[in-house]
Design a protein around this ligand. Structure first.
Ligand SMILES: Cc1ncc(COP(=O)(O)O)c(C=O)c1O
Length: 441
């Protein structure tokens, strides 16, 4: 009977559902019927360790009772409300987020997800520049190794292949960020990579024309592009360039924020404070779709007397707001962010480094918290990336052993929920070990 439900789910999905970023005909997707913590299962009860956190968003784990209850309680009181109203739950959600962002931020604009958070941050940056008299500043600079979302400006700000078939909007230019393992700058140390990447960025600013640039949009830690931990001084250097040339700094924390790096916001580990922060995913672990922009004092003041020409029917939806409060409070009281930091430094980091010692296919391990990438190569000397065939085989081996993996290009990203237990971490490391052995054979 339960197997029938799995078959029926697959039939309906193949027949009626149109999926993201895919040719539709050959899709073979796992059936997920339920979950708890870091585990999900199908109707027949086959369990998988969710080391993808779905789309790197279920930071608090599946079905956290406090978040589920917060949504249920809010649904019983008021399930929806228009954006042009004052609502207690919405106000409290904004207050919670601001309390985690630290000094210098005044307000939160809620969106439906991460892409429209970036969309609206870009709009705010351009209008903020115009309001202070810089009318020609339309351009947004972002890196080639980035993903910022699937809407008008956000997809054009994106650096990876997904930008090219969607490149309609004007006002964007790209540059290379730091990535020592595959340095664009012939660097051999993190310090060199940082200094040369900053020099390159300054030359791009000068060449594009500083008076045309509204914003630099950066993922604090580029996620889908490979969990590229910024080298020392890089983000502080970008901040200094923004200040020198009058450019708004937007840090995209959609994937890196709310515990993934072992901090509330990833930027808090660096000597940098942005003008705008975009968030989504981990803010409520996706229990209800939501995202938003945390707005600095100065940019917020721009719109005190000037109309902000943007809005959404579901901006600050009460079920999303309730889930944010439930999630932040539970993360706080249960020490979930600190747990993510510790399990990264004490178990995942050392465990993955040990795997790299054993398996030559792992060219580099990098990350922090519950945000790790294994860069897979066919030759450690040349750093030639493994092909899609190896990644496909590895995904099969991992899934067959009970682990739901996250793969991107030639990499496996090890991105469990922040609540992953030590026991689950140990089990997952053993599964990765076995799967690498199987692929190498
Ligand atoms: C860094 C980053 N920004 C923006 C987005 C887009 O978020 P959403 O899919 O909620 O629109 C993503 C999604 O993966 C992301 O990783």
């Amino acid at each position: 009977m339960t197997e029938d439900l799995d078959a029926e789910t697959t039939r309906l999905d193949k027949q009626y559902v149109f999926h993201s970023w895919s040719a539709q005909a050959s899709l073979d997707l796992p059936v997920i019927a339920g979950g708890e913590g870091s585990v999900v299962w199908d109707h027949a009860g086959n369990r998988l360790l969710d080391f993808a956190s779905q789309l790197v968003n279920v930071n608090i784990g599946h079905q956290h009772p406090a978040v589920v209850k917060a949504i249920q309680d809010q649904a019983a009181v008021l399930a929806t409300i228009g954006p042009a109203t004052a609502n207690l739950t919405r106000g409290q959600a904004a207050e919670r987020i601001l309390s985690k962002a630290g000094d210098g931020f005044a307000k939160v604009f809620f969106t439906n997800g991460g892409a429209d958070a970036n969309e609206n941050a870009i709009r705010m940056a351009r209008l903020h520049c115009a309001e202070r008299g810089d009318r020609g500043r339309d351009t947004v600079l972002s890196t080639y190794r980035s993903y910022h979302g699937n809407t008008g400006a956000a997809i054009v700000a994106t650096g990876d292949w997904r930008r090219m078939p969607n490149q309609y909007a004007r006002g964007h230019a790209h540059f290379f960020g730091p990535y020592l393992y595959r340095s664009e700058f012939w660097a051999t140390t993190p310090e060199e990579e940082s200094a040369r990447a900053l020099h390159h960025l300054e030359r791009v600013i000068q060449s594009e024309g500083p008076a045309t640039i509204a914003a630099i949009l950066l993922e604090t830690v580029p996620g889908t592009a490979g969990i590229l931990i910024p080298p020392p001084g890089y983000l502080a250097g970008v901040r200094a360039l923004c200040d020198r040339y009058g450019i708004v700094l937007i840090l995209d924390e959609v994937m890196a924020g709310f515990g993934r790096t072992g901090r509330w916001f990833a930027f808090q580990g660096y000597d940098v404070v942005p003008d705008l922060i975009t968030f989504a995913k981990g803010v409520n672990s996706g229990y209800v779709p939501v995202g938003g922009v945390v707005i600095s004092d100065a940019i917020s003041a721009t719109f005190d007397e000037r109309v902000f020409p943007g809005g959404l029917t579901y901006s600050g939806h009460p079920l999303a707001a309730a889930s944010i409060i439930g999630s932040i409070d539970a993360m706080e009281s249960e020490g979930i962010v600190d747990h993510a930091r510790d399990i990264g430094s004490e178990l995942l980091g050392p465990g993955l480094a040990a795997l790299a010692e054993k398996h030559p296919v792992i060219g580099e391990v990098r990350g922090e918290g519950v945000f790790w990438a294994l860069e897979l190569v066919s030759d450690r000397e040349t750093r030639e990336p493994v092909g899609a065939d190896v990644i496909g085989k590895l995904k099969k081996e991992l899934t067959a052993r009970g682990l739901l993996p996250f793969a991107a290009d030639n990499r496996i990203h090890v991105v469990p929920p922040c609540v992953v237990t030590e026991d689950e971490g140990v089990r997952a490391l053993a599964i990765y070990d076995e799967a690498f052995t199987a692929v190498e054979a």
